[in-house]
Design a protein around this ligand. Structure first.
Ligand code: NAP
Length: 448
C-alpha cells in the first residue's frame, strides 16, 4: 500500500469530513486485480471447469487513469465477486479485451480503457475522492454504492430506458478501471447513496445482482410480477437468486426455490421461502444423449404443483442450456420466462409448441437502468432486502474468491475487502442497524 493510499484509508476509517478527503493527495498507482492481454489465450483447448481464475487474475500496482468529464474517482472500501469476473478470468465466451479495444476506437476518453491489462469488478461501496468537470450531484467524502450501468445517453434510443442505449456497457466487464482496485473510476451516474446501516462489505453486494433481479422481476421492463404470482427461481441461494427470493416475498408472490443441497434448502426456509426443490436430491436429468426428456420436465412440473398448488406464472432463468427447456415447459399457460444469462451454455433448445400453443413468452433482461438500480438500492437502505454474504476475502485473494464462484462453492455473495481493513466497518447509522437487527442476524447465520 502506498503512503497516499494508507492516508486515504485511515481518513475514511477515522471518519474525516469531505473537505479533508477532497484535499488528500492521490497516488500515481493503486493495487488492483486484473487480467493480462498477453495471457488471453492461456486456457485455449482446456475445458471450462479447468480454467483457473487463480492463474489469470493478478493483483499488482497499476497506474490511475486521468479523470474525464462527469467521472469520479472512488476509494473502494469493499467489492464483491460477480460471475462476470469469472467470465473475464476464463476468457469466455470471448476475451473482454475485445470490448476494451472496441471502446478504445470510440475517441479519446474510450482510448484510456484500451490497455494491456483489464481491471475487473462491477460492484463497490466506498467514498468519493475526486469529481471531474460537470459533476454536481456528488462531492468528495460522499459514501456511495456503485452500480455497473456505464452509459452516456448520447443516442436517442436510451432515453426511455438507458439499457437500450447502443453504447451501454457494464463497468468492470466491458470497461476498464473496475471495482477490484483501491481507487476506481466511475461515471457520476453510477453512484447511489450507501445504505447507512450496512457495513462496507454488505453494501458492496447490492449493485449488480440485486438491481438485475429487481429489473427481471419487479420492473415493467421485466416480468412485472404481481401479488400472488408463483415464481420459480433457479439458483435461489445464488447471487441473483438470493435477492430474487426477497423481491418475490416482499411483493406478495409465492417463490419456489431450486437449489442443490440440503443446507441451501434450510437457508431458504429460514428466510421465509416455504417451497424449495433440491435438484440434486431429485436427480432431474433434463438432457439424455444430447436430447431433452419431456418425462423429466413433467416430473419437475409435478413437483412444483405439489409444492405451490399450481404452475409458475414466472420462471427466473439464468442457468441457460441445462434448464431452459424445462423452464419453458413448466411455466403456466400465458406465463413468462425471464432470462438474463446462460451459465451452462448459451445455445438453448426448447420445444416451441409449448411456447406458442400455451401463449407463453420469453423476456430477455440485462442489468438495470439507473432508476431500477436506485430503487433496488433504496429497498436495501429501507432494510427491505439484505444480502446473503457468505464469505469475504482480501483483494490479494481475488483469484481464490473467483475460483469459489466459478465452482459453485459459495452461497449468496463473496465479498472482497479492498481498503476496508476488516469486516464490520462502515455503519454510519447504528440506530437503523439496531432496528433491522433481527434480519441482519438471520442473514449473518449464512456466513461460512
Ligand atoms: P451464482 O452466485 O453462481 O448463482 C447461480 C446459481 O445457479 C448457483 O448458486 C446454482 O445454484 C445455480 N446453477 C448453476 N448452474 C446450474 C445448472 N446447470 N442448473 C441449475 N442451476 C444451476 O451466480 P449469479 O451471480 O446468480 O449469476 C448467475 C448467472 O447470471 C451468471 O451466468 C452471471 O454471469 C449472470 N448474470 C447476468 C446478469 C445480467 O445483467 N445479464 C447479471 C447478473 C448475473 P444451485 O447449485 O444451488 O442450484
Amino acid at each position: 500500500m502506498t503512503a497516499e493510499i494508507s492516508q486515504i484509508r485511515d481518513a475514511i476509517v477515522n471518519g474525516a469530513g469531505g473537505d479533508e478527503i477532497g484535499a488528500l493527495d492521490l497516488p500515481e498507482s493503486v493495487l488492483a486485480a486484473f487480467t493480462r492481454k498477453d495471457q488471453q489465450d492461456m486456457f485455449e483447448g482446456i475445458p471450462s471447469e479447468e480454467k483457473d481464475p487463480r492463474k489469470s487474475l493478478h493483483v499488482d500496482q497499476v497506474p490511475l487513469p486521468p479523470l474525464g468529464p462527469n467521472e469520479c474517482l472512488v476509494a473502494v472500501m469493499a467489492s464483491a465477486i460477480n460471475f462476470n469476473t469469472v467470465w473475464t478470468s476464463i476468457f469466455e465466451p470471448v476475451s473482454t479485451f475485445a470490448f476494451l479495444e472496441k471502446f478504445g476506437r470510440e475517441g479519446e476518453l474510450g482510448a484510456r480503457h484500451d490497455l494491456d491489462h483489464h481491471i475487473v469488478g462491477s460492484d463497490a461501496s466506498g467514498v468519493v475522492l475526486k469529481t471531474g468537470p460537470g459533476v454536481t450531484k456528488w462531492k468528495p467524502g460522499d459514501e456511495v454504492t456503485v452500480h455497473c450501468n456505464y452509459v452516456d445517453l448520447e443516442s436517442p434510443e436510451g432515453h426511455d430506458d438507458s439499457m437500450m442505449d447502443p453504447r451501454q456497457r457494464i463497468w468492470g466487464f466491458e470497461t476498464n478501471f473496475g471495482s477490484l482496485a483501491e481507487i476506481s473510476m466511475v461515471k457520476a451516474n453510477q453512484l447511489m447513496p450507501k445504505p447507512k446501516h450496512l457495513t462496507w462489505e454488505e453494501a458492496a453486494c447490492l449493485g449488480l445482482v440485486s438491481s438485475t433481479s429487481y429489473r427481471m422481476l419487479v420492473s415493467p421492463n421485466g416480468a412485472n410480477m404481481k401479488q400472488g404470482d408463483v415464481v420459480l427461481i433457479w439458483g435461489a441461494t445464488g447471487g441473483l437468486g438470493g435477492f430474487a427470493c426477497q423481491y418475490v416475498l416482499n411483493g406478495g408472490g409465492i417463490p419456489v426455490g431450486v437449489v442443490s443441497s440440503q443446507d441451501k434448502v434450510e437457508l431458504l426456509h429460514e428466510i421465509g421461502v416455504e417451497h424449495v426443490i433440491d435438484r440434486k436430491a431429485e436427480a432431474y436429468s433434463f438432457w439424455k444423449d444430447g436430447h431433452q426428456d419431456a418425462k423429466e420436465f413433467r416430473r419437475f412440473g409435478k413437483k412444483i404443483r405439489e409444492l405451490a398448488g399450481e404452475d409458475p406464472d414466472i420462471v427466473f432463468e439464468h442457468p441457460g442450456k441445462q434448464t431452459f427447456g424445462a423452464s419453458v415447459f413448466v411455466v403456466k399457460r400465458g406465463g413468462k420466462v425471464v432470462t438474463c444469462a446462460s451459465t451452462s451454455g448459451y445455445e438453448h433448445t426448447y420445444d416451441n409448441r409449448y411456447l406458442w400453443m400455451m401463449l407463453k413468452s420469453i423476456i430477455g433482461s440485462h442489468f438495470a437502468n439507473y432508476k431500477e438500480a436506485w430503487e433496488s438500492n433504496r429497498l436495501a437502505a429501507l432494510g427491505k432486502i439484505h444480502p446473503i454474504l457468505s464469505k469475504t476475502y482480501p483483494l490479494t485473494e481475488t483469484g481464490e474468491a473467483a475460483y469459489q464462484v466459478h465452482h459453485n462453492l459459495h452461497k449468496g455473495k463473496i465479498g472482497i475487502r479492498v481498503l476496508a481493513p476488516e469486516d464490520g466497518l462502515g455503519v454510519s447509522d447504528s440506530e437503523l442497524r439496531e432496528k433491522h437487527r433481527d434480519k441482519i442476524e438471520l442473514f449473518r447465520r449464512f456466513s461460512d
